[in-house]
Design a protein around this ligand. Structure first.
Ligand code: SAH
Length: 220
């Protein structure tokens, strides 16, 4: 893919991206490295070409297989919440989807381990991240609800699909001081939560209402 396609023109240009960043700032995203990633990651290459003119709207868009690329505000909010509390060496991401969230996160942490249950999306994400020359993301096709046992524990876990209750397996793969950011609950009633593993036990904070696709079992 050519440099000009990555840089974008017209509706995918730097000016359009700046407007998105401004909007996220107004909505309370304050972490400058996160805002910088939103400005620099070409979101338009993660969606179908027919949708690329809408890539810098603050909205989720379809990526096929009944799945969506997350809304930029949500990606920024989750990344910011994950980074709060110090640097992260190892992060587990569940629900790679098209790979946009991984691309935003990768340079801000040591290494990302990301799992997707739909094989075609997993493969597409691999191609996109390669194109962007992002090399610290390990991708796996599988059921993320099981976590990634051989690579645990993680300093951070970020989940992009909502289970009805928090999977204990994932909490078990959190390192001391590690934090888990995830949506939880049934459709229409989901909350974004942040769990932190403290010496005294698990601390839980509710960050606000959100709307995600459900976390499904098995592989697609
Ligand atoms: N992170 C993506 C958002 C993807 S939407 C972004 O940057 O836009 C959520 C993804 O979670 C979907 O691709 C869906 O297939 C995947 N998913 C749902 N349940 C899963 C599971 N148990 N394990 C792994 N991936 C899962």
């Amino acid at each position: 893919m050519s440099d000009s396609r990555l840089a974008g023109i017209g509706m995918t240009s730097a000016r359009t991206r700046d407007r998105l960043v401004q909007r996220l700032r107004e909505q309370g995203i304050a972490n400058l490295s996160v805002l910088d990633r939103v400005r620099n990651v070409p979101r338009h290459i993660f969606v179908d070409e027919a949708l690329s003119s809408r890539a810098y709207e603050d909205t989720a868009l379809p990526i096929g297989f009944g799945q969506t690329i997350s809304q930029p505000y949500i990606v920024a909010r989750m990344t910011e919440a994950l980074l709060e509390g110090g640097p992260l060496a190892r992060v587990l991401e569940i629900g790679t989807g098209c790979g946009y969230q991984s691309a935003v996160l990768a340079p801000l942490v040591g290494r990302v381990y990301s799992i997707e249950r739909i094989e075609a999306l997993h493969k597409r994400a691999r191609a996109r991240l390669k194109e962007l020359q992002i090399r610290n993301v390990r991708l796996r096709h599988g059921d993320g609800a099981q976590g990634w046992k051989s690579q645990a524990p993680f300093d951070g876990i970020l989940v992009a699909a909502a289970p009805l209750t928090i999977p204990e397996t994932l909490v078990g793969q959190l390192a001391a001081g590690g934090r888990l950011i995830m949506p939880v609950g049934p459709e229409g009633e989901q909350q974004l939560v942040r769990l932190t593993r403290r010496e005294q036990g698990i601390e839980r904070r509710v960050l606000g209402p959100v709307s995600f696709v459900p976390l499904l079992g098995g592989v697609g």
